[in-house]
Design a protein around this ligand. Structure first.
Ligand code: ADP
Length: 354
C-alpha cells in the first residue's frame, strides 16, 4: 500500500547539509498498522512527511495505493491536480492536533471538505458522521479550547478521515497525551484500521505504542531503517534489537555463574512447559533471571532469560533441544566473553580454544 524506494532527503540549513534520510526502503502492506520507531533526529518525521509529499524527497520514489507520487509534480497543471487527488487519499494526524481555534469542532472537520468543494449540507452530514465515528457526536458545536487533549486528537482524526482516505499517517499522535488517553486513542486507531480497512503508518519514539497496536515495525537510526518486519518475525530474528526493546529483560548480570540464554517464544511454543521439560530431561538446575510475556494480536509472545550451570560448550545439547522446540535462543556466555582477551590456562588445558 505504501512503498518507498531508496528514499533520500538532504536539508540545506545555513550553508550546512543534513542528510535526514539515507536510502529508505519501506513497505507497508494494505490493512496493517505499521510503526516506525527511533530516537529523536533519526529521520522519522522526515520519512512520514515524504510519504505524502509534504516534504519533497531529494531522490527515490514514493508509491501509495499504486500511484507513484514522486512522479507527479505540484502546481496548477494536470500533474498538480493528480497529486492533490492522490494526497486526498492520505489522511494525517499530528502530535499537536493542528486545530483552528476560531472554528468549532464540526467546522474543523468540515475544512478539508470545504477545500474539496463539497456543498454545505453534504459537509455537515459527513462531519456529523465522522464525529460519531470518533465518539464526539455530542461536541460538534464546541470550540477546541473547551476540549481535553484526547478529544482534540479525536477531532484531528475525524478531520483526517474526511477525504475517505485509504491511508492514515500519524506523526507522534499520542506523544502529547497521558498514558490512559494514549491507550484510548491507540484503541481508536486500531478500531478504524479494522472497521474501515484503513492502512495506518505511524511514527513514535515509544515502544509501548509499537507493542500495543502495530502489526509490523521498523527501527530507524541516522536516516536509515536498520530493522523491519512483522512483530512476530522480529521476535523470531536472532539478535533483533527491536525484539529486545519490545520485551525488555533489564541488564544481564555482569558476572553470572553459567551460561545465559535469552529465549523468545510465541504462538504454539508459548503454551508448552519447555522450561520444566528441559530441567527434567537434562536434570539441570536452571535459574530464571527475568521474563516478559504479553499478548499481541491475540497471540502470546514473550522473552525469558535463564541461566544454565556451566559454560556454553557444556550446554550445547540442551540449547539444541530448545531450538528443536521452535524457540529462538540467543546465548550469552559472559565467561567466554570476559576471557576473550586471552584464553585462560584451563581453556588451553581442556583444548577448548581451537
Ligand atoms: P525525528 O522525527 O526522528 O526526530 P527528523 O526527521 O525530525 O527526525 O530529523 C532528522 C534530521 O533532519 C535531524 O538531524 C534534523 O535536525 C534534520 N531536519 C529535520 N527537518 C529539518 C529542516 N526543515 N531543515 C533542516 N534540517 C532538518
Amino acid at each position: 500500500m505504501i512503498t518507498t524506494k531508496d528514499l533520500t532527503k538532504v536539508y540545506s540549513a545555513r550553508g550546512r547539509e543534513v542528510s535526514a534520510l539515507r536510502g529508505v526502503d519501506l513497505h507497508v502492506r494494505e490493512g496493517e498498522v505499521y510503526g516506525v520507531v527511533g530516537t529523536s533526529g533519526a529521520g522519522k518525521s522526515t520519512l512520514i512527511r515524504c510519504v505524502n509529499l509534504l516534504e519533497r524527497p531529494t531522490s527515490g520514489t514514493v508509491t501509495v495505493d499504486g500511484v507513484e507520487l514522486t512522479s507527479l509534480r505540484g502546481g496548477e497543471h494536470r500533474g498538480g491536480r493528480e497529486l492533490r487527488a492522490a494526497r486526498r487519499s492520505i489522511g494525517m494526524v499530528f502530535q499537536h492536533f493542528n486545530l483552528l481555534s476560531s472554528r468549532t469542532v464540526r467546522e474543523n472537520v468540515e475544512l478539508p471538505l470545504e477545500l474539496a468543494g463539497l456543498g454545505r449540507t453534504e459537509r455537515r452530514r459527513k462531519a456529523g458522521e465522522l464525529l460519531e465515528l470518533v465518539g464526539l457526536g455530542d461536541r460538534a458545536g464546541a470550540y477546541p479550547s473547551k476540549l481535553s487533549g484526547g478529544q482534540k486528537q479525536r477531532v484531528g482524526i475525524a478531520r483526517a478521515l474526511a477525504g475517505d482516505p485509504k491511508v492514515l499517517l500519524s506523526d507522534e499522535a499520542t506523544s502529547a497525551l497521558d498514558p490512559e488517553t494514549t491507550r484510548s486513542i491507540l484503541a481508536l486507531l486500531r478500531d478504524l484500521n479494522r472497521q474501515l480497512g484503513l492502512t495506518v503508518l505511524l511514527i513514535t519514539h515509544e515502544m509501548e505504542v509499537i507493542k500495543s497496536v502495530c502489526d509490523s515495525a521498523a527501527l530507524m537510526r541516522d536516516g536509515r531503517i536498520v530493522e523491519s518486519g512483522t512483530v512476530a518475525d522480529l521476535l523470531a530474528t536472532e539478535g533483533s534489537e527491536l525484539a529486545r526493546e519490545l520485551f525488555p529483560l533489564g541488564e544481564a548480570p555482569a558476572r553470572p555463574d553459567g551460561t545465559i540464554l535469552e529465549i523468545t517464544f510465541q504462538g504454539d511454543s508459548a503454551g508448552r512447559p519447555f522450561i520444566s521439560q528441559l530441567a527434567r530431561t537434562y536434570q539441570i538446575d536452571l535459574n530464571i533471571l527475568g521474563a516478559a510475556v504479553e499478548t499481541i494480536g491475540g497471540r502470546q509472545v514473550g522473552r525469558m532469560r535463564v541461566a544454565l550451570p556451566g559454560r556454553h560448550q557444556d550446554n550445547v545439547v540442551p540449547i539444541g533441544y530448545l531450538r528443536e522446540q521452535g524457540l529462538q535462543v540467543d546465548v550469552l556466555d559472559p565467561i567466554t566473553d570476559l576471557s576473550a582477551a586471552g584464553p585462560s590456562t584451563t581453556d588451553l588445558a581442556n583444548g577448548a580454544v581451537a
